[in-house]
Write a protein that binds this ligand. Structure first.
Ligand code: LMR
Length: 328
């Protein structure tokens, strides 16, 4: 009789597994480094809502914000180990996997977010989604945050005002070169450390979007923000080739649609937050706005734009030209 019971149990588990009857839902982990009240934070929560609504009992999505699970230094390695299934690093953080995405870091390349969007949705931008396929990384879509501004403990009007100051940069050689160009000292640091570095004056400044500067409270420990719009901070939502291929085709389709819709919402929030968070920072009076005249801004362009030529071979001339063309 014991044998019969064992057989029945074995049969039941085969049945359960093949029909997914008693099986626990598959957990999809989505890890990111920003706060929840940001475009990426909201996008991830929407993705969770849609997947769990459309594939109930089959898939759950666990979102880990604020570098809780993985941070800048290990999230892509974790993705390739299948310790996390979705991450959305900024386009500046893929340098170890492809040099081509560094096009997005070239200073003063895009006139505005519409140009960024045109480039991403065009042929060259779409091809870049596959630029890491040989490394096992699948690009599923771009997500906006916005244009970057400089913040510092001193007003930055002229490029020479930045001379000798230490600026935190994301792990990107282009961003380091951008600060080298004005005689500043770039320091590559993970996002999770920036507030403390600024607060303790270990560094003098940083560059970020209005929403990151607001949600991380950088403006509370920086006396000035220069409205430079000198570069873009956007994301690529990526998964691993191994995980993506492991999904049944019909489930993959539902998950991709949920992702596309979440990205659309994230992009809408990005556009709104850009103005709202700027206003919240100005209203706080903790940090003063520095506006540049057209002539002043031109000086920053003149000093920083030569960085493009240094990276032309790595990024690809064709890619840079397509990006420039997106400005119309
Ligand atoms: C940063 O490191 O400053 C940003 O990339 C953080 C983020 O994900 O928006």
């Amino acid at each position: 009789p014991l044998k019969t019971v064992a057989k029945m149990l074995a049969l039941a588990s085969v049945f359960a597994a093949s029909f997914n009857v008693f099986a626990a839902p598959v957990e999809i982990k989505f890890s990111h480094v920003v706060a929840e009240n940001t475009p990426k934070g909201q996008m991830a929560l929407k993705f969770k809502e849609l997947v769990e609504q459309r594939l109930p009992g089959e898939y759950t999505v666990s979102v880990f914000p604020n570098s809780q699970l993985f941070g800048d230094n290990n999230e892509l390695a974790a993705l390739l180990l299948n310790d996390v299934q979705f991450v959305a690093p900024s386009l500046s953080k893929f340098e170890r996997y492809t040099k081509r995405l560094q096009v997005f870091d070239l200073p003063f390349l895009f006139n505005d977010m519409d140009a960024v969007n045109r480039f991403q949705q065009g042929e060259a931008g779409q091809a870049l989604l596959n630029s890491m396929s040989r490394k096992g990384i699948v690009g599923l879509g771009y997500l906006h945050n916005g244009m970057k501004q400089f913040t510092a403990n001193t007003p930055l009007k002229q490029p020479s005002d930045a001379k000798g100051l230490k600026f935190r940069v994301m792990a990107s050689d282009v961003l380091a070169a951008q600060f080298d160009a004005v005689g500043a000292i770039p320091v590559k640091k993970p996002f999770s450390e920036v507030f403390t570095l600024l607060q303790t004056r270990a560094i003098d400044g940083q560059e970020n979007t209005w929403s990151n500067t607001y949600s991380q409270k950088f403006y509370e420990v920086q006396s000035h923000i220069t409205e430079s719009n000198h570069g873009v901070l956007d994301y690529m939502v990526v998964t691993s080739d191994a995980f993506w291929k492991s999904l049944p085709a019909d489930k993959r389709k539902v998950i991709k649609e949920a992702l596309d819709e979440s990205i659309a919402l994230g992009n809408k929030i990005a556009a709104e937050k850009d103005n709202e968070d700027k206003q919240l920072i100005l209203d706080s009076k903790r940090s003063q706005l520095v506006s540049l005249t057209a002539e002043e801004r031109q000086k920053w362009i003149d000093v920083m734009k030569p960085v493009w030529a240094k990276f032309e071979d790595q990024v690809g001339k064709d890619v840079i030209e397509a990006a420039v063309a997106a400005n119309k």
